[in-house]
Design a protein. Structure first.
Length: 333
């Protein structure tokens, strides 16, 4: 019973405090068991569903359901073996969910094309940050888990949760202070690609799992004056300016360097060399890329150099070191 309460509380807080800021929507019941379709192969009669979210994909007419396995551990109990076991169990859950009538009745809409992905969410509840988590993940031999190639599994570990929790907190703060508008006028940015067209610009507004796992998260919003705003959350420590030269080129390539677009890059407060390197990155980009082709302008009386110099960088204040959950018992399923 205590375990059920812990999982339900964790799921509720995830919905309200974390993933809701990225426009994920919770669906169906939490902490729900449902019948396994292959009990002889999987070795279980039922599978758990701690919580299920969904978001719509920007590049295809597909809804993604994120079937979550929530784990709360102390640093001393997070092991490669435990992570591998959890991934193997999650793979079986996803394999069944995609063809289980019971699961689909609980969570999916019959009128929408969908896919199911698995998310292993590993929260370090004793606040003893684990720098070796990535090494533990990399040491797992995925081939031994016999996961079908068609299945897609994601892992968010303590470092990932720390990052997206900071972004989530900052989004709430920016919105509360009036720096960004209400959620109805915001969406996460997915560029028009050569082979993939974002034809669901306003319908598919959520940050996908791939975006949350990427080096940066990009929010786009509509300004009151009719222009657009871009907020880029840059995750990596900036050790040298060339890293940010690539980011400037990304903005230019996807036509975000425009007179009516304001751009702000947000970094963690402890990313101490980011500002100095960003100033150098702008000089490098202007000197190496823009100056040899001065005819390349953004339009009107504002040239591309002016637009690059307008890009601002600021830090995320009041950085939260932990996701705001009280200690929760670990689940050994």
């Amino acid at each position: 019973m205590a375990e059920t309460i812990h999982v339900a509380e964790m799921a509720d807080r995830l919905s309200k405090e974390l993933f809701g800021q990225f426009f994920w929507q919770k669906c169906g019941p939490t902490n729900q068991n449902w019948a396994c379709n292959s009990p002889e192969t999987h070795g279980v009669k039922t599978h758990p569903a701690d919580i299920v979210y969904f978001y719509d994909e920007p590049y295809q007419q597909t809804r993604t359901y994120v079937h979550c396995d929530l784990k709360s551990y102390a640093k001393s109990s997070i092991s490669s073996k435990g992570i591998a076991s959890a991934l193997g169990s999650l793979a079986k859950q996803i394999e069944c969910a995609e063809r289980s009538e019971e699961w689909q009745n609980l969570y999916a809409l019959p009128t929408v094309d969908f896919r199911v992905v698995g998310l292993l969410f590993i929260y370090n509840h004793d606040v003893d940050f684990d720098p070796d988590f990535e090494r533990k993940i990399q040491s797992i031999d995925i081939k031994k888990l016999n996961i079908a190639p068609s299945l897609k599994l994601y892992v968010l570990g303590p470092d990932d949760i720390y990052w997206i929790n900071n972004v989530s907190n900052d989004l709430r703060g920016l919105r509360g202070d009036g720096h960004i508008p209400s959620p109805s006028n915001c969406r996460f940015f997915f560029p028009q690609l050569i082979r993939k067209t974002n034809f669901r610009l306003h319908a598919a507004k959520a940050a996908t799992l791939d975006m949350l796992s990427s080096p940066w998260i990009v929010l786009e919003y509509d300004r009151d004056d009719g222009g657009r705003g871009i907020v880029i959350y840059y995750r990596r420590p900036v050790r040298e300016p060339r890293e940010l030269v690539y980011l400037i080129d990304y903005l230019r390539h996807f036509q975000l360097l425009l007179p009516d677009v304001t751009i702000t890059i947000r970094v963690l407060a402890d990313n101490k060399t980011a500002f100095e390197n960003f100033s150098k990155a702008k000089l490098i980009y202007i000197g190496d890329v823009i100056r040899p082709s001065p005819q390349r302008v953004a339009g009107g009386d504002v040239n591309i150099v002016d637009l690059i110099n307008r890009i601002e960088m600021s830090s995320i204040q009041n950085v939260a070191r932990t996701f705001s959950l009280k200690e929760l018992a670990s689940r050994d399923s």
